[in-house]
Design a protein around this ligand. Structure first.
Ligand code: NDP
Length: 498
């Protein structure tokens, strides 16, 4: 057997290492072993064993371990921040923001898991008088978390922390582009909770992710592109493994007549360019109503024109994404759009400077498909209804932003997306109590918040007979009195007002 450092899938029988590179320089910065399918299955089996004890702990005991993990990450934040810059190409401020957000969620999940797991008494209703009814939540067992590279700490933490806090074990397949960061998180958990080996990583390319899908986990939490999401779902269908899908987006910002235009432009430019535009819920389209369009565009053009790749944000992490970004700029310009900032020359691999495009037809690939780069389309809308209809016009429905005073909340509620920030961008992602996720092609299921904790639990419904009432129609021994009681109950429904 040979050991090779690879940047593609290993040949059969080859024991291989996954080489991680700095996307800004292409230089190798470390490696991790690639897990073969049998190693992935072993990891799931080991975590399943350990998760039995973990699930039996009181929520407050698990919280102590998770708090220790949080403190360990915070104490050694220098290493993680360096890795985020070296492996994910993050600008220092983006890395700092990401670690902060991730720890904020880890804290919230640990504190609130007790509430999410608490048995819930519900009314038994007339048919079941004399019974108590309770909804009990239990961990699934082992959750397979498959994560992307764009927010390699914050995004998977939305599944990992919430799954661990509710008593599950986790086997994590980080993106091949951010494997070292994934392994670092696992190693710090091992430092913090050495007696509970409930969190492991398996590394490799798509094949390792596919192996995890087939490895007998109890649920898969997938974050990534629509195309891979389809493959993951098909894999889960074979074993009826439940799946949570956090997929891509083409988020729009709507700017209404009474918006604070300076603030809107400032927020939109950040929402579009932060992390080099590699943000699932970043702003890719703007629809500004006619009255404010020109003034907003002037502000956006001015601000975006001051931002520089390699200074204000980092490199494009995944080399193949550069082609998609270039194709979308070409498509927008060929389809009749024009650039007010940058253009095709802004793509200088591995960096892409800001590009602002206007008048791009709604059927252009640049408007309909996820670009995942620092490219912003600013289109004019006739009025707010036109803006809403265009914002809702792609299959994606992840997040959105609305800028306006009087009708902000109303506009938000007309959108199909799973999350909306009014007078801000991506603000919902920083509120741990709010569920995070999309609709349509952006996926289903939720991370974060109580629904995000409960996403990693199964529910069991328990009824308990407490009183032995004389009427018992659910028996073969039922009497005429029981039948009469059923007729009475049925007749109630005939009295409903017409
Ligand atoms: P991909 O879909 O390419 O990959 C996601 C993960 O799936 C990676 O770990 C990848 O491994 C793995 N994978 C690849 N093929 C398979 C397979 N056949 N079976 C199982 N797993 C597989 O997404 P990206 O990593 O490129 O992430 C960017 C995408 O993620 C964007 O579309 C973005 O919008 C979305 N995203 C969504 C978020 C949300 O919350 N809705 C948040 C963040 C990102 P490998 O990398 O080794 O190929």
């Amino acid at each position: 057997m040979t050991t090779a450092a690879l940047s593609s899938a290993p040949e059969a029988g080859e024991s291989a290492e996954l080489l991680s590179r700095d996307p800004s320089t292409g230089k190798p910065i470390g490696s991790v072993p690639i897990a073969a399918p049998e190693e992935v299955r072993s990891a799931v089996a080991r975590v399943r064993d350990a998760a039995t004890t973990w699930a039996d702990l009181e929520a407050r005991e698990r919280r102590r371990h998770l708090d220790r993990w949080r403190r360990t990450i915070a104490d050694r934040r220098g290493e993680l921040l360096e890795l985020l810059q070296a492996e994910a190409g993050k600008a220092p401020a983006d890395a700092l923001l990401e670690v902060n957000l991730a720890l904020h969620h880890l804290e919230w999940a640990a504190v609130h898991s007790r509430r999410a797991l608490a048995p819930q008494r519900v009314r038994s209703g007339l048919m079941m008088l004399g019974h108590t009814s309770t909804l009990v939540r239990r961990p699934y067992g082992v959750i397979g978390v498959i994560g992307p590279w764009n927010y390699p700490v914050y995004t998977p933490m939305g599944s990992i922390a919430y799954a661990l806090a509710t008593g599950n074990g986790v086997v994590f397949k980080p993106s091949e582009h951010t494997a070292l960061i994934g392994q670092w998180l696992v190693d710090r958990f091992a430092d913090a909770a050495p007696d509970h080996p409930v969190f492991e990583a398996v590394h490799g390319f798509g094949a390792t992710g596919a192996a995890l899908v087939e490895a007998g986990t109890d649920k898969i939490a997938f974050t990534g592109s629509v195309g891979t999401g389809r493959k993951v779902m098909a894999g889960c269908a074979a074993s009826l493994t439940p799946v949570l899908m956090e997929l891509g987006g083409k988020d729009a910002a709507i700017v209404d007549t009474d918006a604070d235009l300076d603030d809107a432009a400032d927020a939109i430019v950040w929402g579009a360019l932060m992390n080099a535009g590699q943000t699932c819920a970043g702003v890719e389209r703007v629809y500004a109503v006619d009255e404010v369009y020109d003034a907003l565009l002037e502000r956006i053009t001015h601000r975006a024109g001051q931002i520089r790749a390699a200074i204000d944000y980092g490199a494009i992490t995944m080399p193949a994404q550069i082609d998609v970004i270039a194709e979308h700029i070409d498509a927008a310009l060929t389809d009749g759009g024009r650039a007010t900032v940058g253009g095709r020359e802004s793509v200088r691999s591995p960096f892409v400077d800001p590009v602002v495009l206007v008048d791009v037809p709604e059927d252009s690939a640049a408007v309909r498909e996820e670009t995942f780069g620092p490219v912003l389309i600013v289109n004019r809308a006739d009025d707010v209804h036109d803006a809403i209809s265009r914002a809702n016009g792609t299959p994606y429905a992840l997040g959105a932003a609305v800028f306006g005073r009087r009708r902000g909340r109303w506009i938000a509620e007309q959108l199909r997306s799973g999350m909306v920030s009014v007078n801000g961008v991506v603000d919902f992602g920083a509120v741990p109590a709010l569920p995070f996720g999309g609709n349509g092609a952006s996926g289903f299921g939720r991370i974060h918040g109580i629904p995000g904790l409960q996403e990693f639990t199964t529910c069991m419904s328990i009824t308990e007979r407490r009183l032995r009432l004389p009427v018992r129609p659910q028996r073969f021994s039922r009497s005429r009195v029981d039948i009469a009681a059923l007729v009475l109950l049925l007749n109630r429904h005939r009295r409903v007002r017409r």
